[in-house]
Design a protein around this ligand. Structure first.
Ligand SMILES: C[S@@+](CC[C@H](N)C(=O)[O-])C[C@H]1O[C@@H](n2cnc3c(N)ncnc32)[C@H](O)[C@@H]1O
Length: 252
């Protein structure tokens, strides 16, 4: 079983990810566990204070060191050795599919969600030096970021998705964006499903999907193709895609 423990002041923002859909089923089947530790339970005063004003002045409050440190120590007791540990933070390492795969290959994950204007910096010195960012924007707290990380990682744990091809065809699993998908009916509002998908020739479908993935990546995320060592088939499929696009939009 894969173990996830989240240190958070607002676990109710994260809990729903393990209750419904693919993750809900995986949790019921015992493929992963999710538990929460609140720094508030480790506050020493009667008001259970976990925040205080920032030294040097400025707006907002800062998450205090001691209750967070004690919550992290407690969290560590509940996860197996070798789990990755991260504080969610906008200044952290960017989270992406290849990191998600590395995390899913391990025994579990300890995540720390920040709140307020931030966390007392000393947490990063000794307790959890690794920071993980969801992107170049600022959330009100790390909980939604943690929920995204948990969803992304858990669906990569063997057995969570019914069919292993569901994963290999995903965007980013091979550094390409996903190909377009269709379902019934064949014709709707004058829009048709591409013929090749209806004819059912596996090789032709594979080539069409690869061409679409390459083409969409070229259009939306060309930088991903730079790291891609394209083979001869991929190069010729991308040329075909670009030529077909030019025929559809002669202005291109
Ligand atoms: C309001 S933010 C604090 C932002 C901080 N003042 C700064 O500018 O870096 C509160 C918490 O939300 C979380 N957070 C905000 N944006 C995030 C992002 N892009 N990725 C991951 N966590 C984020 C972090 O845990 C952070 O401690």
């Amino acid at each position: 079983m894969y173990h996830i423990t989240v240190v958070s002041l607002l676990p109710e923002l994260i809990k729903p990810v393990s209750k419904v859909g693919v993750l809900g089923r995986a949790c019921d089947e015992g493929l992963f566990s999710l538990e929460f530790i609140s720094p508030r339970d480790f506050a020493k005063d009667t008001h259970r204070t976990v925040d205080d004003r920032p030294y040097g002045g400025g707006p907002g409050m800062v998450l205090k060191y001691e209750p967070l440190r004690d919550a992290i120590c407690e969290a560590r007791k509940r996860i197996p050795n070798g789990c990755a540990e991260y504080v969610l933070s906008p200044r952290g390492e960017p989270f992406d599919q290849s990191l998600a795969q590395k995390l899913a290959d391990g025994p579990g994950l300890l995540l720390v969600a920040g709140r307020y204007e931030g966390i007392d910096e000393r947490i990063f010195h000794g307790e959890v030096p690794n920071e993980l960012s969801l992107g170049d924007f600022v959330l009100s707290g790390g909980e939604l970021a943690a929920a995204v990380v948990i969803d992304t990682v858990v669906r990569l744990i063997p057995g969570v998705l019914g069919h292993k091809d569901s994963l290999t065809d995903d965007s980013f699993m091979n550094e390409l964006l996903g190909y377009p998908q269709y379902t019934r009916p064949v014709k709707i509002d004058e829009m048709m499903v591409p013929e090749v998908l209806i004819e059912g020739h596996h090789q032709a479908i594979r080539r069409w999907r690869l061409k679409q993935s390459l083409g969409r990546t070229w259009l939306s995320r060309p930088e991903l193709l730079k790291s891609q060592n394209m083979n001869a088939e991929e190069k010729s499929l991308l040329d075909e895609y670009i030529e077909e696009l030019g025929r559809k939009n002669p202005k291109n």
